[in-house]
Design a protein around this ligand. Structure first.
Ligand SMILES: [Zn+2]
Length: 178
């Protein structure tokens, strides 16, 4: 599991063009990019907004492209040209039952639960180690607008990234219930 330090920024705040659920207010676009997004702490190669969006530097993107790390999607930020939103294209099943994750009832309009609590330490439903790059959990954690999947990376690449001293990077080993 990998994540980044807080960057003291918001993706969904001051976002007049964001479509939201009329009942619960959650964003209806999974990959919404705020055209006026301001990154307040710029020293990190990987960081996270208060509303759960992972921001990656040009340096991190170049490294993963050069090492042919798969499964990452890099969405440009029109207002922050040296940074990207990092998401994973492949999903891996989170073991919510074994983790005893608490999922609130679904919103009657958009179907999303208001809150999903109990992510760490991450438990996955996989038959072996993750291989070859980035993944996301099939479950989003947090409450309201901040809900987001956990970002996962295979162990070899995660250790390489730590050796590269990517600023802001945090890595923690996930496991299975068995
Ligand atoms: Zn809703």
């Amino acid at each position: 599991m990998l994540w980044g330090r807080d960057n003291d920024s918001y993706m969904f705040r001051d976002a007049p063009d964001l479509r939201r659920c009329v009942t619960c207010g959650d964003p209806l676009e999974a990959h919404y990019i705020n055209p006026g997004f301001v990154l307040r702490r710029r020293q990190y190669d990987i960081s996270a907004t208060y509303d759960g969006v992972v921001i990656a530097s040009h340096r991190l993107r170049e490294w993963t492209l050069r090492h042919k790390v798969e499964g990452a999607e890099w969405t440009p930020l029109p207002s922050e040209r040296d940074f990207f939103v990092l998401t994973a294209t492949r999903a891996v099943a989170f073991d919510a039952k074994a983790r005893r994750t608490r999922i609130s009832p679904p919103c009657p309009s958009c179907g999303r639960p208001h809150s999903v609590a109990g992510a760490a330490p991450a438990l996955l439903q996989v038959s072996g180690p993750l291989l070859g790059g980035f993944y996301r959990t099939d479950l989003e954690f947090g409450s309201g607008v901040e809900k987001h999947p956990l970002l996962m990376i295979d162990l070899t690449t995660g250790e390489k990234l730590l050796r590269e001293r990517m600023a802001g990077l945090e890595v923690e080993r996930a496991c299975t219930a068995g």
